[in-house]
Design a protein around this ligand. Structure first.
Ligand code: AMP
Ligand code: ZN
Ligand code: FE
Ligand code: FE
Length: 283
């Protein structure tokens, strides 16, 4: 089945240095213009702190901006990343829940740093001591290990030290996916299941689980993503059509933190038009 790859369109999944990207929202806007995107969504993990700068940067560089987020959630025990778009920050319930997620992430990073520091000379200061980072995570531990010369890049640090099977690894608090979908809707936004067939998972999201999330109010599914496994996609592509889900494609750009290139997958104009017609804060 053909994927909805769009040549002209939007990249609806990007991370800035407000979470674990390595570039500023302004730099993402400049890059979006350079690669010919009509616009982009900033979807930092569990924070919207980058929205103001991204909106200004988009105006400056002549591309459009969609406010977004990637929420740390879990469904039936499986880690699931949920993209939210167009939420109105005046609805406090979602943002209170996100504060809990970020606070728990800091506690978790502290404990992981304690474990890692038994074998590698890094401190909490090395990991969280700089900048405007709102949401900390394993990528920041990886970056500290790279700065100290233990690994050549973030991906190698993940493979050697930070992967879920590692003795240094610790999970983190996640909102139930159904609850996060409800909170996004209550804030007048829409939600999209991120990278449902990502190769680092043991298996793709099952069709049965996807149907449960659709029943909970999920709006779309990110079928085009650099980490989705092509051989896992056909059942999800068929289920998305059957369940009436919108289909997006995006890069999950993290600056230099991942090989993903901005705009390598794109979402079509009509999908973004339908999204804009229903959310609270269209641009
Ligand atoms: P966390 O939410 O703190 O557990 O960290 C997950 C983040 O690390 C996600 O944004 C992933 O994109 C990133 N990540 C996971 N595995 C890797 C990897 N092998 N190389 C680079 N980044 C990764
Ligand atoms: Zn990330
Ligand atoms: Fe993700
Ligand atoms: Fe992401």
């Amino acid at each position: 089945m053909a994927l909805p790859l769009a040549d002209v369109g939007y990249d609806l999944h990007t991370h800035s240095a407000f979470s674990d990207g390595t570039t500023s929202p302004t730099q993402i806007a400049a890059e979006a213009a350079a690669v010919g995107l009509l616009g982009f969504a900033l979807t930092d993990h569990d924070t919207i702190n980058g929205w103001g700068e991204a909106r200004a940067g988009a105006a400056q560089h002549g591309v459009s901006f969609l406010p977004g987020i990637e929420i740390t959630t879990k469904h039936r025990g499986h880690s699931r990343h949920l993209l939210g778009y167009g939420m109105n920050p005046a609805h406090g319930e979602l943002f209170t829940a996100l504060t809990q997620v970020r606070d728990a992430r800091l506690v978790r990073v502290k404990e992981m740093v304690r474990r890692v520091s038994v074998d590698y000379a890094i401190t909490l200061e090395d990991v969280v001591g700089t900048g405007d980072v709102a949401t900390v995570g394993r990528p920041h531990i990886a970056d500290a290990l790279v700065v100290k010369g233990y690994f050549v890049d973030r991906s190698t640090a993940f493979e050697q030290v930070l992967h879920p099977g590692s003795p240094y690894y610790l999970g983190t608090y996640a909102i139930e996916t159904g609850e996060a979908i409800r909170l996004v809707r209550a804030a007048e936004g829409v939600s999209v299941l991120a990278h449902p067939a990502a190769f680092r998972q043991r298996a793709a999201t099952s069709v049965a689980h996807l149907a449960e999330l659709a029943a909970a109010g999920l709006w779309g599914i990110e079928l085009a993503h650099p980490e989705n496994r092509g051989d896992w996609l056909p059942p999800l592509t068929a289920a998305a059509a059957e369940l009436g889900l919108e289909v997006t494609g995006s890069s999950d750009y993290h600056g230099d933190g991942k090989p993903n290139r901005l705009g390598e997958h794109r979402t079509g104009v009509e999908v973004v038009e339908r999204l804009r017609a229903i959310v609270a804060t269209p641009h």
